[in-house]
Design a protein around this ligand. Structure first.
Ligand SMILES: Nc1ncnc2c1ncn2[C@@H]1O[C@H](COP(=O)(O)OP(=O)(O)O)[C@@H](O)[C@H]1O
Ligand SMILES: [Mg+2]
Length: 233
């Protein structure tokens, strides 16, 4: 579904992604884990088209989208939940969800009901402004809003950031449920290595702009070097 080949990206003259290659197959959950500053957000922004690629290729279902504007990638089924749970704070929860569906040709009412079943708090808070939600609830809303567009590939930039472990568990459980029930394909980047690899089928390790390891999640979780570097083992 997604194939990234030898991708580089820079801020001005400073290159921060150096030849990243990865793939995501339909129906997979793939995690890219790495420390703060490794380049995770830059990679997600470059795949989504909100940051330009310096070199390399991004293919979506075989089509080269490397130079395609972000909104056209959304049209091809790519949906990014950016870092820092960006919701429309003055708008209600219901209006945030409606905005997520504004290009959707699907059954918007049914999709909203599905999101409210997945995250029941969004039904309880339907009429409240998004700005009044807790951090965890805003993250749920940001994910639900992205899913209202019926993405074929959901890109998640560090959904656990700043959230309590119990809230992280709730969110990751909902993602796993959606994956099971609708075959949602996900590419997630995370600093929370344990949570991300527990959710994902496969993973990659990103260190200062380079992928240095890849494998099945259970193999990465069992790898002594990864345990030492990322899991306090
Ligand atoms: N807007 C920016 N301008 C200049 N440098 C940036 C900018 N955003 C990120 N960087 C730098 O790029 C590197 C990768 O950052 P980022 O992609 O945000 O990593 P991560 O998401 O893994 O924490 C870091 O060294 C960071 O300081
Ligand atoms: Mg980041």
């Amino acid at each position: 579904m997604l194939a990234v080949e030898d991708l580089s990206a820079a801020y001005g003259r400073i290159e921060v992604l150096h030849g990243v290659s990865l793939k995501v197959d339909p129906g997979e959950i793939v995690a890219i884990v790495g420390a703060n500053g490794a380049g995770k957000t830059t990679l997600m922004k470059t795949i989504a088209g909100v940051h330009p690629a310096g070199g390399g290729r991004i293919r979506l279902d075989g089509e080269d989208v490397t130079r395609l504007p972000a909104h056209k990638r959304v049209g091809r089924g790519l949906s990014l939940v950016p870092e820092g749970r960006q919701v429309f704070a003055p708008l209600s929860v219901a209006d945030n969800l409606a905005l997520g569906a504004f290009r959707s040709e699907g059954d918007v009412a049914a999709d909203r009901a599905a999101m409210e079943a997945l995250f029941p708090i969004l039904a309880e808070r339907r009429a409240q402004t998004a700005g009044g939600l807790s951090g965890g609830q805003q993250q749920m809303l940001a994910i639900a809003r992205a899913m209202m567009a019926r993405p074929r590939l959901l890109l998640l930039d560090e959904p656990s950031m700043g959230l309590a472990p119990i809230v992280i568990k709730d969110i990751f459980r909902a993602l796993a449920e959606r994956h099971r029930s609708s075959g949602l394909t996900v590419l997630i980047v995370e600093q929370n290595v344990a949570a991300a690899l527990s959710l994902a089928d496969r993973g990659y390790v990103l260190e200062t702009g380079r992928l240095v390891a890849e494998g099945r999640s259970e193999d990465l979780l069992a790898d002594p070097a990864i345990q030492r570097a990322y899991l306090g083992g």
